[in-house]
Each structure stands twice: as C-alpha cells, then as structure tokens.
Ligand binder design. Structure first.
Ligand code: DAH
Length: 348
C-alpha cells in the first residue's frame, strides 16, 4: 500500500512538470506501457497474501483512474493551448502594407496593332481574321496564282498536305472575305495575323505577321491609286513619324495591277542616309496595289462594276520600326526582360 501511495505522489508530481503534449505521451508510456510503473506494480499482486489482494486491487484501480483522469484533462488543456498558439502565430495582420504584385506588360506587337486598329476603325474599316492553316486555293489560286505560277517561288511554304499549308500571306483573307460578301457589298477591312515561311535570320522569322488591307467599292465611287497613297500616308505618318514622305516603286504581285513597293523616308536619319536605310534615305514598309480584275472576278466581284486597292505591310516590321527593335527574333523569344522595356510602369 505504501508503494501505491508513493506511486500516486509520483504521478501528481509528474503531471505538474508536463508542458508539452509530447511529454504527456511519454508519461503515458512511463506509467501505462507494458513495462510502465502502474503495470509493473500491478504484477506484484500475485505475491500478496489472499486477504490483501482485494484491497490492493482496488487501490491500484484508483491509481489507474487517477492517472486516466489527469491524463485526459491535461491532454484537452494542452491541445487547446496548441490550437491557440497556432492561431496566434498564423494571424494575418491586414494592416501591413501589401507586397507588390508584378503585372505583366503588353507585347510591343500588341501595342502597335492596338494603335493601328484604332486608326483604321476611325476610318470606317472592320478588323477581321482568317485561318492560319489555309488551303492552297485561298492562299494562292484565288489570288491569281495558279499551280505552277513562278511567283509562288517567292513564298517558301510549309505544306501540311498537298492542298493545305500554313498561310504564307494574310492576302488569303482577301479572297475569303470577298467570297463571304458574294460580290454584293463594298469592303473595307484590315486583317492582322500570323503568317509562315521557311526563312530564319535577323530580319526574317519562320513565323511572322502581316496586316492585310483591302478596300473595294463601286467604280462610280472612284477608289483610286490616290486613295491608296493617302491611306498609306496616314498609316505611315501615324505609326512612324508625322512628317515622312512616301515613295511608290513599281513592283509585281499577281493579285494587284499595278503593284508597288512603298518606301517611307528613313525615320532615323530623316532621309540623309544612315546604316538603317543603307544610305538610301528610304525604308521599304508596304507592298500594295490596285486589286487585279482576275482576283475580283474569281471571288465573285464583277470587275466592270467594282474596283479597289490592297496593301500588306509586315506587322513585325512596323513594330520594329516603331519601337527601334533591331532583331525580329527578339519579338518571339518571350524574354521577360525584353517585354519589360515596353511596360507602361503603372504605379511605379
Ligand atoms: N501578300 C504579299 C506578300 O506577302 C504582300 C502584298 C502585296 C499584300 C500587295 C497586298 C498587296 O495586299 O496588294 O508578299
């Protein structure tokens, strides 16, 4: 019985010293484990005289109950404390200043096309798009480039099947849009979009972008070369410099007649001659012309009744000139440092 009293005292003492849940678990092992103090003392019952066994058994039971009660109540208390501690340590102070969230910036090509679209929409144009995987028919045949036409060699193409390819020019959408309007409505559209050719150097990427323009109206409304010139002048001056001039050089495209390559005054040296314009004072920006009667006819517009002009600058090229970007490949590498150059720096 004395040993039982001692054990009780020990239990009381031990519980006083417990601070953490882990220690409490250790206590459980220490007393109730297979070789624990309570279990050990329990085994001595077999050596007692019969008459003492009952009392001893009862007393041992009380010890066990005492232990269990203390254990459970302390466990509850410690667990509650642990939760409180956790809540306290994870508390969010909403009065602290926020960490700065870095916002992305628009790609220079997006910035450029937004300006160009605004400009053309203000002149009554619609902005339309067409498929990048295009049929030979729309990319070439309906643009007066039948199979075997030598001018096809100017556009080294990625064919997917015999009849389908990644479009080499946004001009394909000229044919698509004319067919859609069935020769009934005047047309005034720009078509910004991706194009693909087998080329790769500082000024050519296998994937590049163009902005097609197409205007068709009744002949009685006299859409003329002067309108084409005026339109390209507005375009170039808006994007590249307000006082530059245009120079039309005769050229050849199967879908226009007459056709032109259009230069603008070098915006770096203002026509004096520099490395950018290769000392000529001019930089080529547009390809353009009056829509060929065959193209009108093939796509449902009677060339006796309708006429118009088309143009097709490189979207990448205009963006490079606009922002002074030296290499076309920079625009497709997705280097965040390059894009940050065009950040509007909002709020910084
Ligand atoms: N599609 C031509 C090319 O990629 C460019 C072009 C020339 C577009 C004359 C036109 C145009 O709309 O009228 O080389």
């Amino acid at each position: 019985m004395e040993r039982i009293e001692e054990l009780k005292e020990k239990i009381n003492y031990d519980f006083e010293t417990v601070i953490h849940l882990e220690e409490l678990n250790e206590l459980k092992v220490k007393y109730l484990g297979k070789k624990g103090l309570i279990s050990e003392l329990n085994t001595t019952i077999k050596d007692l005289p019969k008459e003492e066994k009952k009392n001893f058994g009862q007393a041992m039971n009380e010890v066990k109950v005492l232990f269990q009660e203390k254990y459970l109540s302390l466990k509850a208390k410690l667990e509650e404390e642990k939760i409180k501690e956790k809540l306290e340590s994870e508390r969010i102070d909403i009065t602290l200043p926020s960490t700065k969230v870095r916002r992305g910036s628009k790609h220079p090509m997006s910035l450029a096309i937004e300006e160009i679209e605004d400009l053309f929409v203000s002149m009554g144009y619609d902005v339309v798009s067409g498929p990048e995987l295009e049929s030979d028919e729309y990319c070439f045949e309906r643009l007066n480039l039948p199979k075997g036409h030598p001018a096809r060699d100017m556009q080294d193409s990625f064919y997917i099947t015999k009849d389908y390819l990644l479009r080499t020019q946004t001009s394909s959408v000229q044919a698509r849009y004319m067919m859609e309007k069935q020769g009934k409505e005047p047309i005034r559209i720009i078509v910004p979009g991706k194009t693909y050719r087998r080329e790769d150097d500082a000024t050519h990427a296998p994937q590049f972008s163009q902005i097609e323009g197409l205007v068709i109206d009744k002949k009685e409304n006299h859409v003329s070369l002067a309108d084409l010139k005026g339109t390209l002048e507005v375009f170039a001056r808006h994007m590249l410099g307000s006082n530059l001039d245009l120079r039309f050089r005769p050229s050849y495209f199967p879908f226009t007649e007459p056709s032109y390559e259009v230069d603008v005054t070098c915006f770096k040296c203002h026509g004096k001659g520099c490395n950018l314009c290769k000392q000529t004072g001019w930089i080529e920006v547009f390809a353009a012309g009056m829509v060929h009667p065959n193209v009108l006819r093939m796509n449902g517009y009677d060339p006796e009744v309708w006429g118009g002009f088309a143009f097709g600058p490189g979207w990448d090229r205009i963006t490079m000139f606009r922002y002074g970007i030296p290499d076309i490949r920079l625009m497709y590498q997705n280097d965040i440092r390059f894009l940050q150059e065009f950040d509007r720096k909002d709020g910084e």
